[in-house]
Design a binder for this molecule. Sequence first.
Ligand code: BES
Ligand code: MN
Ligand code: ZN
Length: 497
Amino acid sequence: MKFSIISEIKKQKIPCLVVGLFESDKLSPAIKQLDTISEGWISQLIKKGEISTKLGDTTLLYQVPNLLVDKLLFVGCGKEADFNEKEYKQFVIKATGQIITKQISDVVFLLSDLNKSKGYQFARQLVEEVHQQVYRFDQFKVKKKQPAIALSSVKLAISGSKENIKQAKLGLEHGLAISSAINATKDLANLPPNICNAAYLAAQGQQLAKSHTSIKTTVVGEAGLKKLKMGAYLAVGEGSANESMMTIMEYQGAANKKAKPIVLVGKGLTFDSGGISIKPAAGMDEMKYDMCGAASVFGVMQAIAELKLPVNVTGVMAGCENMPGSKAYRPGDILTTMSGQTVEVMNTDAEGRLVLCDVLTYVERFNPEAVIDIATLTGACIVALGHHYTGVIANDDELAARLVTASKQASDKAWQLPMDDDFQKQIDSPFADMANAAGRDGGTITAGCFLARFTEKYQWAHLDIAGTAWKSGAAKGATGRPVAMLVQYLLNRVGKN
Ligand code: BES
Ligand code: MN
Ligand code: ZN
């Protein structure tokens, strides 16, 4: 799909023009112009109530007199004074819905009356929303669902100052990189676990390095993990025939090659059966999504390489599969982590923290500016924050605040949970340095406490995406979260907007 910014719509033939319409007695300048050309046709229809101005209502007109436009799609925008980000989102979603059902291939969004000085935000949001609306994952369906997506060209007509147009172009560029990263993350996450295993993630990481010279990818298999003494990570994968693999993608964007990197660590459980502490059957298929943290790291790496952000970022996908079997690790086992600390396994379903803790020790060698791990870590996070907010836990409140700010800017919400020593007691073990699971109470926080014991050497934040990484039910599918938030955090970090 091609997106572009234009400033003039005069004298060109347009297959479909999308126009937002406010509730008002007066026509906005752009619509007034269209109305004049059509000799009052549009204003007549509005007067008769044939074109609704109610937020989200759409009216599609054909063959409007004198206009070089095949189809004119009006989208109600409600009261101008109430028109903000949320309303704009509705405008884009409703318009795109019509464009998809009518199988329109070529469209111009006339944003000149809406965008004012918000060129950056409006362009970026539009690109991201349209991508979200047209996303399909149907590569395994022989009979594809109709209607197929016909849309191939989207133009944004933006007016205002030169600066506003320049900002809109930047918003478009950022929106495109973020959208294609979100799509890559969704694709990877939606793949079935018989295809997407740790080796598949590794191959994707290597592929990314092939398409971007700024990225170097290294893969560490089980022999390598053993050499590194990653006893916890390895234990989780013991029950699976699929080899555990840690994929490290190093992006060099900073002018100073030695500048400390920001490190992203993604939980990559390509399937989490629970292991010996097996999960109930209902909904277990969704545990293919237990690699969404890794998939989001992949997406972020792709986006920053496309945007050529001047910062060094190292992304690690901790690929692994948690299965029961005669070789599987079991409750009662005591594992020695790479850090030397020991862990008593209380529940083999609390596997994410075991994989992550060793990777968090491993990344010390990068001398990181900050480390952020992203994981579908606890069901408790869904109890706490529902499916709306990603949970944030950190050993550095400023880092947490920067992430929460980025999450707001990117409409990819996140909320910080507390973490202090009062919770640490819950993971005490009578036999080892700590237990891998505590009771139900404060489950997201005690998981954070566990990870905190491996991150004392650097600034660290943990994102629990158990509730936000995918949707269940009729609309089942990966969301691509928290790619937008993380790319925003990195854009802010380099001061690029
Ligand atoms: N991957 C799950 C967490 C999860 C469950 C995410 C459901 C999204 C939906 C994780 O490995 C897990 O099983 N966690 C346990 C931890 C418990 C045993 C301490 C959980 O949340 O129940
Ligand atoms: Mn689990
Ligand atoms: Zn898991």
